[in-house]
Design a protein around this ligand. Structure first.
Ligand code: FES
Ligand code: FE2
Length: 351
């Protein structure tokens, strides 16, 4: 058993892509505010539909641009009407008479790199505003036309680390997610799962899903599941049963130091599931709510800043997470290549 201070030195990792919002939440001519890593960001769409992200703060007097409006393809600040292009460049200052020597085009609001794919909008959070994008957008096992079929997002009142560790923890299932259609404490049995390092994280290599979960049985066929995790807090579960496929994406986006948005986005190609969507939505809400409730309860104890424990083997994914984080933070700070600290291992636990 190892005792460790289950805290990473760096709370927020930089130079990585974070899930921001779903495409459907960003309508044309609308502005959406979101605080990510403690930074105010405004999301919008250019007239051609291309999404953009700018610092949600007018360089003139600090008013949130998201409270303004889209007008002629620009973001108009609600205070003095300064307009900014999707590139962040100022396009117009209405008060100017032309003799002030003020050149609007020289004024900029910070622009964030953004990527939109499969109905998901990702934002890149660099170390400093001028740094170039160095990481690819997280790769998902989806066809180009795949779009979310189910979405459930909840705000967890905790730092990203507790949200991530809670989600990758294999031992809490029978206690936190008790339900007749899932599993119970009585169904606990020994498991052995093989893990391998993968891009910015690790993968529980293809295996047959838990025989004690009723939900999986419904899918039928010859089922296999692959679960991968990558920094900063992205988990992808890929279930295949013959031609039927379900991809479950879970993203943890730190809004602030003590609030994390956990979003579950599902994609499936199984038409018969669609009529059951309200049930699936309910299940997803209950499930994520159970995790959220536990993390909320955990805050009661964390107020006292206790030393925490991580034990073999059930907490090894959590140990890897902390090691991966530390490695990424060090590699970024010293501008050296990232070396994945995870090695191929079989982990054994009862759940
Ligand atoms: S504060 Fe934005 S235009 Fe003045
Ligand atoms: Fe959970």
């Amino acid at each position: 058993m190892s005792q460790t201070d289950a805290k990473s030195p760096e709370l927020f990792l930089r130079n990585l892509w974070y899930f921001a919002l779903h495409s459907q939440a960003l309508k044309q001519d609308r502005l959406v505010h979101k605080t990510i890593l403690g930074e105010p960001i405004v999301f919008g769409r250019a007239p051609d539909g291309e999404a953009f992200a700018l610092r949600d703060l007018c360089p003139h007097r600090g008013v949130p641009l998201s409270k303004g409006q889209m007008i002629d393809g620009t973001v108009e600040c609600p205070y003095h009407g300064w307009r900014f292009k999707p590139s962040g460049q100022c396009a117009m200052i209405p008060s100017l008479v032309g003799e002030e020597g003020v050149e609007p085009s020289k004024i900029h609001v910070r622009k964030y790199p953004l990527a939109e794919k499969n109905g998901l909008i990702w934002v890149y959070m660099p170390e400093d505003a001028t740094a170039a994008v160095q990481e690819p957008v997280p790769a998902l096992p989806l066809t180009a036309s795949a779009r979310p079929t189910l979405i459930e997002a909840q705000k967890f009142p905790c730092a990203i680390d507790h949200a991530v560790v809670g989600l990758m923890d294999p031992a809490h299932g029978p206690f936190v997610h008790k339900a007749w259609w899932w599993r119970s404490a009585k169904s606990i049995h020994a498991k052995a799962k093989k893990y391998a390092p993968s891009h910015l994280g690790f993968t529980m290599v293809t295996h047959k899903p838990s025989s004690n979960s009723t939900l999986y049985k419904l899918l039928g066929g010859d089922r296999t599941t692959e679960i991968s995790f990558q920094l900063p807090g992205i988990r992808v579960e890929h279930i295949k049963a013959g031609r039927n496929e379900v991809v479950g994406l879970t993203t943890c986006t730190p809004l602030t130091a003590d609030e994390t948005e956990v979003t579950q986005t599902f994609f499936w190609n199984i038409p018969w599931i669609t009529p059951f969507k309200p049930i699936a939505q309910h299940v997803a809400r209950v499930f994520l709510g159970q995790d959220r409730n536990m993390v909320t309860l955990q805050q009661e104890g964390l107020k006292f800043n206790p030393r925490l424990m991580l034990i073999q083997d059930a907490d090894v994914p959590a140990m890897w997470y902390h090691r991966l984080k530390k490695e990424w933070a060090e590699a970024t700070a010293t501008k050296r290549p990232f070396v994945n600290p995870v090695t191929e291992t079989t982990l054994r636990w009862r759940s």
